[in-house]
Design a protein around this ligand. Structure first.
Ligand code: ATP
Ligand code: MG
Ligand code: ZN
Length: 599
């Protein structure tokens, strides 16, 4: 018999041999024991994590005449034919190459006939997401009411592409990616039998290039063993450096060192490492990907440090030496810096695919990161000075200044609170961060105790402080509009354009005056919807509420929509005139490209 790839040779043949996926195994075993086998299963999850293997074990457990407690004998003709995919009662169909209606039709015709022996006839359809829509439709009927001897097992890496009609007719199992430790343990187990030694670091490197797929891990192992020919059998363990050489990848410690150089602003060291990798023939896109992965680990470590928490090597799924190196780096790292590095690497990664000079792209990124940290310091120094001088709040976000967002600032300055995941850092400041734009609905009691008459005036844009608290009337109005928005979005949107005046009326009621621009579309809409507006007002402010529409010239407060626009204009103006921004422009010779007032 010819050479069999390690991944195939070591395909698990019993549920007990599977790595991970315990939730799937337990449910399937119970189904067999309790005789509650469903007629359609969907196995979804990443590639190479055991879907096909489980489908075959399940088929064997159901069909092996010697099976006991869901354990097939793996020796009878039935077990052997299933393992070799040649059983006439366990059909393995590749959805990618049999994706048309005709293929499904022949299945439909076939299911009518019982199995040649045993109780069940099993159809395993791999890559089921590749079936055409008409093929899925053709399958629906059979799936709804299959003959009692038929079991379908669908496997896919892209369950989201399946129609809901199919999903809802299947019992679904999500197969998980395997951790580095699980992959390392399985490879160790296999190597013991193959009589090959590999150091722990070497195994970790293999696992870290497997992307959670055991098949990938075993294929890489095959590649390494082929590279060394007979040498591994000499009893000397294969070292990480040799594995790295065989696979043409970076040593993990090299990536950690590279990030260390960037954090220490050692552009020379960083450039030398890029050069070494390039000369060693390493794919630079892969290099950048590894940097991002490493940044993620560093980020987790730094968050843990800031929160004075411990995160273990096990949680991070890294070796002990890698963990120690990461811990050292994380000791003095700032989250802002890591996040910016990640942004730069992500950008570079996107460009590396099509760049004609990928090395240069990566080099520029490295140098940029080294200088970036200087910028962060200048920024901080300026910020300190400016704030000390003016006591003002820094502007929300200015494109040139690379100011940390309020969320970032909070995290760095407090250095305590549980940091949100990186994605959260990218979220712009929420309205509640800077201005209480949407006040919570006042309770009836609040409304009762409010001051006498709420008089309002239109504040001038220039004199009005940006983050000034809205008056009680404005707050109540906003809460009202928000409530309407939830129930009647169209009416709510119309009310956003209303100038308003709210006064205390008789018997605890409110007098509400609304005005829309004269002759406008909104005014006509409001006249048509007068009754609905009144109903909503009474519901919110109480039945005594008196409501009137008036000409726009009436003494009313600016509409929510208009206020928003004015506030944005004011915010932009404040940002542009802010001492920090002015200083930054002066020192760095920078131009303000844009002010994001969308808060
Ligand atoms: N959970 C696991 N336990 C043990 N071995 C596994 C596991 N997952 C994968 N393997 C190994 O990888 C090989 C491929 O696994 P399998 O065919 O079951 O993956 P799959 O999930 O069907 O992948 P694909 O989506 O690419 O079809 C197996 O022969 C086995 O050697
Ligand atoms: Mg498969
Ligand atoms: Zn058997």
């Amino acid at each position: 018999m010819g050479y069999l790839a390690i991944a195939r040779k070591w395909r698990p043949s019993r549920f007990e041999d599977l790595v991970g996926q315990a939730h799937v195994v337990q449910t399937l075993k119970n189904a067999i024991r309790l005789d509650r086998v469903a007629h359609a299963y969907l196995f979804s999850g990443a590639r190479g994590v055991g879907k096909t293997s489980v489908a075959r074990i399940f088929a064997k457990a159901l069909r092996c005449p010697n099976a006991k407690d869901a354990i097939p004998c793996n020796q009878c003709p039935e077990c052997l034919s299933i393992a070799d995919s040649r059983s006439v009662d366990v059909m393995e169909i590749d959805g990618a190459s049999n994706n048309g209606v005709e293929a499904v039709r022949s299945i439909r015709e076939n299911v009518a006939y019982g199995p040649s022996s045993g109780t069940y006839k099993i159809y395993i359809i791999d890559e089921v997401h590749m079936l055409s829509l008409s093929a899925f439709n053709a399958l629906l009927k059979t799936l709804e009411e299959p003959p009692s001897h038929v079991i379908f097992i669908f496997a896919t890496t892209e369950a989201q592409k399946l129609p809901l009609t199919i999903l809802s007719r299947c019992q679904r199992f999500e197969f998980r990616r395997l951790t580095h430790s699980q992959i390392v343990d399985r490879i160790k187990f296999i190597l013991a039998d193959e009589n090959v030694l590999v150091t722990e670091e070497g195994l970790r490197t293999l696992a870290s290039h497997s992307d959670g797929s055991l098949r990938d891990g075993l294929s890489l192992l095959d590649q390494v063993l082929s590279y060394f020919g007979d040498r591994p059998l000499s009893g000397v363990p294969i070292e990480e450096a040799q594995i790295v050489e065989a696979l043409g990848v970076n040593q993990t410690s090299q990536i950690t060192t590279f990030l260390g150089c960037l954090l220490q602003k050692d552009s020379k060291g960083a450039l030398a490492l890029i050069n070494d990798s390039y000369l060693a023939g390493i794919d630079l896109k892969h290099f950048a990907e590894r940097c991002l992965e490493e940044l993620r680990l560093l980020y987790m470590m730094t968050v843990a440090r800031i929160n004075a928490e411990e995160v273990s090597a096990e949680t991070l799924d890294v070796s002990n030496s890698h963990y120690t190196a990461l811990k050292e780096l994380a000791g003095s790292t700032q989250l802002i810096v890591l996040e910016r590095m990640a942004q730069i690497f992500s950008k570079v990664l996107g460009q590396l695919g099509w760049s004609s000079l990928p090395r240069f792209g990566l080099e520029m990124a490295a140098v940029r990161i080294c200088h970036l940290q200087d910028l962060a310091k200048v920024e901080q120094a300026l910020m300190g000075k400016a704030n000390a001088g003016s006591g003002e709040k820094p502007p929300e976000s200015v494109a040139i200044a690379r100011n940390p967002t309020p969320v970032e600032r909070k995290m760095e300055s407090r250095e305590t609170a549980m940091a949100p995941p990186p994605a959260a850092l990218r979220v712009a400041a929420s309205p509640s961060e800077s201005q209480p734009e949407r006040a919570p609905s006042p309770t009836p009691a609040d409304r009762e105790t409010d001051e006498a008459n709420w008089t309002t005036s239109v504040p001038s844009v220039d004199s009005r402080p940006i983050a000034s608290a809205p008056s009680a009337a404005t707050q109540a109005w906003r809460a009202f509009v928000e409530a309407v928005m939830k129930r009647r979005p169209l009416l709510g949107a119309l009310l956003c354009h209303a100038n308003f005046k709210i006064e205390n009326g008789e018997r605890g009621g409110k007098n509400v005056l609304l005005a829309f621009p004269e002759g406008s579309f909104y005014e006509r809409q409001a006249r048509d919807s007068k009754q609905q507006i009144e109903d909503q007002l009474k519901q919110f402010f109480g039945p005594q509420t008196v409501f009137a529409l008036s000409p726009a010239s009436a003494n009313t407060t600016t509409s929510i929509e208009q206020t928003k626009q004015e506030e944005a204009a004011g915010l932009k103006k404040t940002a542009l005139e802010h001492p920090t921004v002015v200083k930054m422009k002066e020192i760095l010779g920078a131009e303000v490209v844009d002010v994001n007032a969308d808060v």
